[in-house]
Design a protein around this ligand. Structure first.
Ligand SMILES: C[S@@+](CC[C@H](N)C(=O)[O-])C[C@H]1O[C@@H](n2cnc3c(N)ncnc32)[C@H](O)[C@@H]1O
Length: 176
């Protein structure tokens, strides 16, 4: 209201850069201009591309090579910890009465947690990751798991999204 009145009065402080309103707008505008050109902003906007390209070019290696990694045991521990956490939380959710549990796995990678979700007996999963190659591998892994499963076992359904989860409104993304 105040802003509208000021504009109607013909002394649009934004235009002349004076007064509190004008100063705020001026500062905001300057920030926007600086952000567009500053190296920091460039770094930030490149960040997603770098992350995607890093994960997209990571080679799948077998257990023998993996076991030679300096962080092999730490990775195993991390995996075990995730299994426990996933198991515990799903147990709690299911005991609270939810039968059909759906999971949104942000940063799903190549699907390293698919088996954990399977063990937890979920009904549906949406796997999202910024790295397209990883999402493809995740989907392949899921299809493989489904194909190899016993006919008695009902494997959860799945959808996949290759997107930057920090920028994209996943509700509007085309799922595949
Ligand atoms: C350490 S990996 C974990 C992968 C998987 N959750 C696992 O445990 O095997 C981190 C994952 O987060 C993804 N990621 C990082 N930033 C992201 C973003 N902004 N949006 C979506 N995925 C992102 C990476 O591409 C990578 O696959």
């Amino acid at each position: 209201m105040e802003q509208a009145e000021q504009k109607q009065g013909g002394t649009n402080e934004e235009d002349i850069g004076g007064g509190e309103l004008g100063q705020k707008s001026g500062i905001k505008r300057r920030h926007e201009e600086e952000e567009e050109t500053s190296p920091t902003k460039k770094l930030v906007s490149d960040h997603g591309e770098k992350v995607a390209s890093h994960y997209n070019t990571l080679q799948e290696v077998g257990l023998v090579v993996r076991s030679q990694s300096r962080i092999f045991y730490m990775r195993n521990f991390n995996n075990w910890l995730k299994s426990v956490l996933i198991g515990e939380i799903l147990d709690r959710v299911q005991r609270a009465g939810s039968r059909n549990v759906s999971v949104l796995d942000l940063g799903c990678g190549k699907g390293g947690d698919l088996l954990k979700w399977r063990r937890g007996g979920i009904s549906h999963i949406v796997c999202a990751d910024i790295a397209e190659v990883s999402v493809d591998q995740c989907r392949t892994r899921y299809e493989e798991m489904k194909r190899k499963s016993h006919s008695n076992e009902k494997i959860f359904s799945a959808q996949f999204i290759a997107s930057d989860c920090s920028k994209v409104d996943l509700g509007w993304t085309t799922l595949s």
